[in-house]
Unconditional design. Structure first.
Ligand SMILES: C[S@@+](CC[C@H](N)C(=O)[O-])C[C@H]1O[C@@H](n2cnc3c(N)ncnc32)[C@H](O)[C@@H]1O
Length: 176
């Protein structure tokens, strides 16, 4: 398993808070190999949901609430993390994927409905997943997949209460 560390930052302002989108960003980050997500503004219930998911399905993915984006980016840079901002205006991910795969520590930044202009300057890379508008959840999933070359699909989660036995039909779940 790779020793690469990926954290996620979701930029967000109070007046457009959407807890369902935030929960999905958490679930996608967790399932696809990130170790934590910073949410500038989210209800406590988002972390409650995640704790339940961790208890049932394993791992120790964390959501960290309420830290302003500038502070998250500053902290990331101080610890040598490379800041990769996902935006439809950036360079195509297929052109930089090889470089991104070589990085040990990454902060992947996704926006909401409005992204402050400064983020584009603070980022080490501004990266697009197609040059068409779509969704932060989709962009995040594809970026995580590209950066980890699909290795994240084979990941197992430690200390789960339940485990799925993949099956062509029906649902097979066992207790650990
Ligand atoms: C609904 S979009 C709104 C973007 C907004 N118009 C802006 O200022 O960039 C929310 C977020 O989804 C992500 N996103 C949407 N389309 C993307 C694309 N084609 N490539 C990469 N990220 C994208 C970006 O992180 C963006 O900030």
């Amino acid at each position: 398993m790779s020793s690469r560390s990926i954290e996620v930052l979701r930029l967000g302002q109070r007046f457009v808070r959407d807890d369902r989108t935030l929960t999905h960003l958490c679930l996608v980050s967790r399932a696809l190999g990130a170790e934590s997500i910073y949410l500038e503004d989210a209800e406590k219930k988002v972390t409650g949901t995640l704790e339940e998911v961790n208890k049932t399905w394993g791992g120790d993915f964390k959501a960290i609430l309420g830290v302003p984006w500038r502070k998250v980016i500053r902290g990331a840079k101080e610890e040598g993390r490379i800041v990769v901002h996902l935006t439809m205006y950036g360079v195509p991910i297929q052109d930089v994927a090889e470089k991104l795969r070589g990085l040990d520590k990454i902060l992947l930044v996704v926006g909401g409905p409005k992204v402050p202009g400064k983020v584009y300057h603070e980022a080490d890379y501004n990266v697009s997943v197609t040059s068409q508008p779509h969704s932060e959840i989709a962009a995040l999933a594809i970026a995580l997949h590209e950066i980890q070359s699909g290795e994240e699909l084979k990941r197992t989660f430690r200390k789960s209460r339940l485990r799925i036995l993949p099956s062509a039909r029906g649902k097979r779940v066992v207790e650990n």
